[in-house]
Every structure is written in C-alpha cells, then in structure tokens.
Design a protein around this ligand. Structure first.
Ligand code: CTP
Ligand code: MG
Length: 237
C-alpha cells in the first residue's frame, strides 16, 4: 500500500496595511462593500475552498476586533490564527509564515483582493503542488514604459512578455520560508519587495510559474477600485 503524504494547505490572508492610497477614515479592508467588510470576501472564498486553515494577519492592536467583528460575526471556522503584521507587506508575510509552521503548502493572498474565486484558489493549489512556486497573473492590456529620472520614456518593453501579477501566490512551505528567512537575515534593503514571488526569485534558484489569474481579481488600492470591486461582487449574485 502506498501511503499518501498528508498535505496541510494554509492560506495567509494579509490585512495589516494602512491603506494610505485609499485615504479613507478606516482602512480599506474594513470598509463596507455590499453591506460587508471588504475583508469578508477573501476570507469567505478561502473558507469555502479546499485549504485546510487560514492565518489572518492584521494590524497592531486589531486582533480582538477581527476575532469578534469579522471571524466571529461571519463564523469563519478555518481561521485558526490571527496574528499581528508588521510595517511593510513583507514583514506581515513573515509573521504569517511563522504562524503557518507545519503546513506543506501556503497560499499568500492580499486581503484587499475581494474578488478572488474558488477556481483561482483551486488553480493556485494545483500550481503549488506541481511547480512548488506559482503566482496568479494576467497579460497586461496597456503598453508599459520605463521612465528616466526626468520623466521621459526611455524603454518600452515588449508587451507580449509582460504580465501583471496578482495573488494568491502559492508555494511549498519550505521553499517560501527559506526564501523569507534569507531575506530577513541578509543586510540588503527590503524596501523594494512588493510580492512573494520576487523573494523566491532573488533568494533561491527556484523558478516561479505564472498561472492564469482573472482580470476581475483586482487589488483595491485607490477609491476608484472600490467601485470596480462592488460591481464585480454584485455581478456574482
Ligand atoms: N499589507 C499588510 N501589511 C503591511 C502592508 C500591506 O498586511 N504592512 C497587506 C494589505 O493589507 C493588503 C496587501 O498587503 O491586503 C497589499 O498591500 P497594499 O495594497 O499596498 O495595501 P496597503 O499597504 O494597506 O495600502 P497603501 O500601500 O496604499 O498604504
Ligand atoms: Mg502598501
């Protein structure tokens, strides 16, 4: 008899940001969309997926609020840990990874992406198992230009090789933890770390596979994005 290795798949949902570009009174993850806090939607997607557990990463002093007003209120059973994040996104991810110790695979997701679907989560899990490292993305629709210091275009990369990158970003636990351990133990700056794939790309020799995301899987960043998120979410019902 072949014994199957037990997989324990954990989603790390990030909600420790300040939402400066949204410039609202409350952080965007707690703003109401269709009568529920924005963060509800991504937690709901993972709750109803095949991930085993959810680690929720929140801002300093917000654990109690989230436990009662989000996890308790909506009855999310898979949220096993609520931990405080840090100053930058990568600091929050590192806290989430530590709390997810013992997992075989992790899916790291921005709590500010409420339109993530069950299909995307399923694909990210399959990608993590097949490639050890994969991220959801889509081909860019616009032309991208690189500017010089004076704001003049100096390079126009070939659009056919450009993808915009989303979350979930999914990895074997050991690979992403090793990459983050190296990031946090090397002296270089972490300022430019904007996603998890680039930590694997720069800290290990492992290649990251791009899998198909969804154009509606937007990150709510500026006030306009709220209108889009609401439109995408109401289209579902
Ligand atoms: N995030 C986090 N911890 C941080 C910064 C960001 O957990 N220190 C999370 C955010 O809550 C969000 C995701 O990472 O779900 C993507 O970050 P971003 O869109 O930049 O959100 P904010 O940092 O909150 O927004 P801003 O950069 O405009 O302040
Ligand atoms: Mg930010």
């Amino acid at each position: 008899m072949i014994k199957m290795e037990k997989k324990n798949i954990t989603a790390i949902v990030l909600a420790a940001g300040k939402g400066k570009r949204m410039s609202g009174k409350v952080q965007k993850q707690y703003m109401e969309v269709l009568g529920k806090p924005l963060l509800f939607y991504s937690l709901d997607a993972f709750e109803n997926s095949s991930v085993d557990e959810i680690v929720l990463v929140v801002g300093q002093g917000e654990c109690g609020y989230c436990r009662e007003q989000i996890v308790g209120r909506f009855g999310f059973k898979k949220v096993t840990e609520i931990v405080e994040g840090g100053k930058e996104r990568c600091d929050s991810v590192y806290e989430g990874l530590k709390a997810a110790a013992g997992s075989s695979h992790v899916l790291i997701h921005d709590g500010a992406r409420p339109c993530v679907t069950n299909q995307l989560i399923t694909n990210a899990i399959a990608g993590a198992i097949k490639y050890q490292a994969c991220v959801a993305g889509m081909p860019v629709k616009d032309t991208i230009k690189i500017l010089d210091q004076d704001g003049f275009a100096c390079l126009t990369p070939d659009r056919s090789s450009l993808w915009l990158v989303q979350t979930p970003q999914a990895f074997t636990y050991n690979l992403i933890m090793e990459a983050y351990n190296r990031l946090f133990h090397c002296t270089g700056s972490r300022d430019r770390v904007t996603d998890d794939a680039m930590v694997v790309e720069s800290m290990t020799n492992h290649k990251v596979k791009l899998i198909q995301g969804d154009y509606s899987n937007i990150k709510v960043t500026t006030p306009d994005d709220m209108i889009l998120a609401e439109a995408f979410l109401s289209r579902r019902n």
